[in-house]
Design a protein around this ligand. Structure first.
Ligand SMILES: NC(=O)c1ccc[n+]([C@@H]2O[C@H](COP(=O)([O-])OP(=O)(O)OC[C@H]3O[C@@H](n4cnc5c(N)ncnc54)[C@H](OP(=O)(O)O)[C@@H]3O)[C@@H](O)[C@H]2O)c1
Length: 246
């Protein structure tokens, strides 16, 4: 799809992978709505994009509430009048054994990584249907890209909540894909391995071997810029030179 002039909503866009996706889309002439809970981050990023000539909107929203997700989409409609691209990127991780996991942590992970994706997608679909313009020539102007994880197909110790959420996201994505593909919307899941962001850490790990946010945005752009005939439905990205497993 030609990206210039399109409209995107990116969740978790105040830092990390979501921020990188928002910047890249804005660079290509996409109007971007940046959503997250931390107002300073979302606002600073929207201002940075606007200051170099992009069209950006900041939306403070906790996706764990359906009504908040609904209001977020209404804000996009009011400001931009449509929606072509939904990037479901917001996510959290809480890591503990099942025996030791606090139910509040389980809830935080499942409610953000699964319920939140459902709430914002359900809210966005009517606006996306209006904007998608289904046609064999263009392939349709709608895309939903969910940021999953390789943890959605491989379990690990302490990973039960996170793996369950990302495993569930694959089922959600594939079902949704079949529901909306004849309406001009292509649905995809990107499944990265370890990426060097602040996810679940206090600062960047600075691990040489980890993927960068750039690696993930490249994959997302590949999905969005595919030809009218192509639907890249799943991408797995793993570090090329991880440390050996013991
Ligand atoms: N980093 C990795 O190694 C890695 C690997 C595979 C997959 N992923 C996935 O990639 C995605 C982005 O992760 P990242 O590494 O960029 O992490 P990050 O730097 O921690 O960013 C996560 C984003 O999600 C937002 N968020 C969290 N809970 C939210 C909520 N309830 N409502 C709205 N926004 C919320 C955060 O903003 P606020 O806190 O301000 O709300 C933040 O902007 C996640 O889905 C993660 O599971 C990451």
């Amino acid at each position: 799809m030609e990206l210039q002039g399109k409209i995107a909503l990116i969740t978790g866009a105040g830092r990390g992978i979501g921020r990188a996706i928002a910047r890249d889309l804005a660079d290509r002439g996409v109007s971007v709505a940046l959503l997250g809970r931390t107002e300073e981050q979302i606002r600073a990023e929207a201002e940075a994009i606007s200051s170099v000539g992009g069209r950006a909107l900041s939306i403070v929203c906790d996706l764990r509430t359906a009504s908040a997700a609904q209001r977020a989409v209404e804000t996009v409609r009011e400001h931009f009048g449509g929606l072509n691209i939904l990037i479901n990127n917001a996510g959290v991780g809480r890591f503990a054994t099942v025996a030791e996991m606090d139910p509040a942590d389980w809830d935080a992970v499942l409610r953000t990584n699964l319920d939140g994706v459902f709430y914002i997608t359900r809210a966005a679909l009517p606006l996306m249907f209006e904007t998608a313009n289904p046609s064999a020539q263009t392939g349709g102007d709608g895309f939903i890209v969910n940021i999953g994880s390789l943890a959605g197909k491989t379990g690990f110790v302490n990973g039960a909540a996170y793996c369950a959420s990302k495993w569930g996201l694959i089922g959600f994505t594939e079902s949704l894909m079949l529901e909306v593909r004849d309406k001009g919307i292509r649905t995809s899941i990107v499944m990265p391995g370890s990426v060097d962001t602040t996810f679940n850490v206090k600062g960047l790990n600075q691990s040489e071997w980890k993927l960068t946010d750039r690696d993930i945005t490249d994959a997302v752009l590949g999905i969005l810029e595919a030809s009218a005939k192509a639907h890249i439905s799943r991408v797995e990205i793993r570090p090329n030179n991880p440390p050996p497993k013991r």
